[in-house]
Design a protein around this ligand. Structure first.
Ligand code: ADP
Ligand code: TMP
Ligand code: MG
Ligand code: ZN
Length: 197
């Protein structure tokens, strides 16, 4: 049941913009657990159907099998976590209902290693869903950067494009997609359009 000898659980968060390597890093940490013969489960939201439904898949096609969870019912995770599970790994955490926080805390309190990856900001550059609270609760936060598609500097933001133009600030927050709708951008090159301007 316990992640380490002392039984102290931990919450690790991997965040950043799209294309920063969050899913790759999640896979890297999980593969290392596989080598260490730890028992883990990977979860992902059911709305992320970009590359595959039953796998977490990175933009450069690295993948691992994952269990789909309804974003409005994060408590579905609980039924999968049996006594021998030492770690739970969740990708795209930004999409889940706030109640995921209690579940993450519950398993960390029980001595498990909980690894969460997700976007820190939405396309407007604002904190995404439950992420602020999750970052505050975590023992470890890794912020990754991508490369700005415009200037080649470090990208900390995600640019949403609609027909090649920056999206408006009243666009819906959730829009599953990849290169057809999103680019990585630095603070200087990132743009959001406002209707009142
Ligand atoms: P995330 O989950 O953070 O969106 P992934 O782990 O799925 O990222 O994919 C990261 C990979 O995306 C990189 O290793 C690289 O191959 C690719 N990639 C595509 N566009 C970019 C970019 N603008 N900057 C950095 N990596 C990029
Ligand atoms: P990624 O971080 O693994 O690349 O995936 C991010 C997912 O989040 C992708 O499906 C696009 C989606 N997304 C939104 O729904 N709203 C947003 O504002 C942004 C930036 C991304
Ligand atoms: Mg990802
Ligand atoms: Zn730039």
């Amino acid at each position: 049941m316990q992640y380490n000898e002392s039984g102290i659980g931990v919450i690790e968060v991997i965040c950043g913009p799209m294309y920063a390597g969050k899913t790759e890093e999640l896979i890297r940490r999980t593969k290392r657990m596989e080598y260490a013969k730890k028992n883990f489960l990977i979860f992902k939201p059911n709305i992320d159907n970009r590359y595959a439904t039953d796998f977490v898949v990175s933009h450069n096609k690295k993948s691992m099998e994952a269990i789909n969870i309804d974003i409005n019912h994060p408590e579905q995770i609980i039924a999968y976590v049996t006594e021998e599970i030492q770690s739970i790994v969740i990708d795209e955490v930004q999409f889940f209902d706030e109640r995921l926080l209690e579940i993450v805390k519950h398993f960390a309190d029980k001595g498990m290693r909980v690894i969460c990856a997700g976007l820190d900001m939405d396309f407007k550059g604002e904190p995404f869903g439950l992420i602020p609270n999750l970052l505050a609760m975590a023992e470890s936060v890794t912020k990754l950067t991508a490369i700005c598609n415009c200037c080649g500097e470090e990208a900390t933001r995600t640019q949403r494009l609609v027909d090649g133009r920056p999206a408006y600030d009243d666009d819906p927050i959730v829009l599953v997609g990849a290169t057809e709708s999103y680019e990585a951008r630095c603070r200087k090159c990132h743009q959001v359009l406002h209707h009142h301007e």
